[in-house]
Write a protein that binds this ligand. Structure first.
Ligand SMILES: Nc1ncnc2c1ncn2[C@@H]1O[C@H](COP(=O)(O)OP(=O)(O)OP(=O)(O)O)[C@@H](O)[C@H]1O
Ligand SMILES: [Mg+2]
Length: 342
């Protein structure tokens, strides 16, 4: 008999729906997304542009601008974040959950030195003197691998390289030792060498701070290198999830398989990693009936155009939203979905 006790997840997103009111009417950008992140776990959210990754991350932090959570809930340590008052929410944001955005230039203030901005982040959540905060800021910059950290405290964002700015963002995110780090495509603005360094740094720091990470990316290579589990998004829905090694070696949704097929082989240009999937994510206002992916799916048959697939649970703590996995489905499940050898 197993005596393993599984800890309740730190973050639990349950049947999340997010809508935006636009001049052309209301659109739903996230449609029933569920996933969880356990303590010290790294979960990657992967999917093409427009699939709802950022909107989901913002909804978790209750930071939607112009949009609203129209269904479902976000539980932090079992507590419904939407039910918290402003003060309690501020305590969670930054103190317990920190976010690193895709473009550091939009989240760093160009008018203040990076030292000032790290000190502010520290003093917002901690009772700490200015002098101690400055000392801690220098330590943080050193930890994120900033050359000459003490001198760099006085630098303004525009005086730093893209990689250095991202290091500052990581320092700010770590300032209060969060239990969960949400990183929204933290390396897409960087070149490949710096990207590898930043991902390694994030991994090291996450280990050191014993925090969990929700990593948003469109790059299966990044997933392979960093994540314990992966959640694949398509058009505002989760289409597959499972342990990274399982999903990558044996994808159960044709979209995941297509993403993996579109991965460049080592040594080739990574600038357009997903260019090989024909077509594009459908616009929110023109979501196809049935399976949202059927218009681009190599495995689709007639029924996919009118029957909406459920997220079917599969052995090994996995799930896939595809009629191929419907219980009793007579079509062969196990034939390889990828064209590449596993
Ligand atoms: N403020 C808004 N008003 C209306 N629609 C929005 C708004 N913000 C996002 N959307 C729509 O929600 C959908 C999901 O957007 P989101 O930014 O989450 O995509 P993403 O997966 O993060 O893409 P990317 O990889 O390009 O960052 C898109 O169709 C987008 O146009
Ligand atoms: Mg995004």
């Amino acid at each position: 008999m197993s005596t393993t006790v599984t800890n309740p997840p730190l973050l639990q997103v349950e049947d999340l729906h997010v809508t935006f009111d636009t001049p052309e009417g209301t659109v739903e950008a996230v449609s029933g997304v569920s996933f969880s992140v356990g303590a010290q776990e790294t979960v990657a959210v992967v999917g093409e542009s427009g699939s709802g990754k950022t909107v989901t991350a913002l909804a978790v932090l209750q930071l939607l601008d112009g949009g609203r959570i129209s269904g479902g809930r976000v539980l932090w340590d079992g507590e419904d974040l939407a039910a918290l008052d402003r003060r309690a929410l501020r305590r969670v944001r930054g103190n317990e959950i920190a976010m690193i955005f895709q473009d550091p230039m939009t989240s760093l203030d160009p008018l203040y030195s990076v030292g000032h901005q790290i000190v502010e982040a520290l003093r917002l959540h901690r009772r700490i003197s200015k002098r101690d905060a400055r000392e801690r800021a220098a330590e943080l910059l050193e930890q994120v691998g900033m050359p000459d950290p003490r001198r760099r405290l006085a630098a303004y964002p525009h005086q730093l390289s893209g990689g250095q700015r991202q290091r500052v963002m990581i320092a700010i995110a770590l300032a209060c030792s969060p239990r969960l780090l949400i990183a929204d495509e933290p390396t897409t603005a960087l070149d490949v060498t710096i990207e590898a360094q930043i991902l390694e740094l994030l991994g090291d720091l996450q280990h050191e701070y014993r925090s969990a990470m929700l990593l948003v990316t469109h790059d299966m290579g990044v997933v392979a290198e960093t994540a314990d589990r992966v959640v694949v998004f398509y058009a505002g829905q989760v289409v597959e999830q499972g342990a990274t090694a399982d999903v990558l070696s044996d994808p159960q949704h044709p979209y995941t398989a297509a993403l993996l097929d579109a991965m460049p082989t080592p040594g080739t240009d990574r600038a357009q990693p997903l260019a090989a999937i024909p077509g594009a994510v459908p616009p929110l206002r023109a979501m196809p009936a049935g399976c949202r992916f059927h218009t681009r799916c190599a495995r689709a048959w007639d029924e996919c155009g009118h029957t909406e697939p459920l997220l079917h649970e599969l052995p090994g703590d996995r799930a896939a939203r595809c009629l191929l996995h419907r219980p009793g489905q007579e079509r062969p499940l196990r034939d390889a979905l990828t064209t590449k050898g596993a």
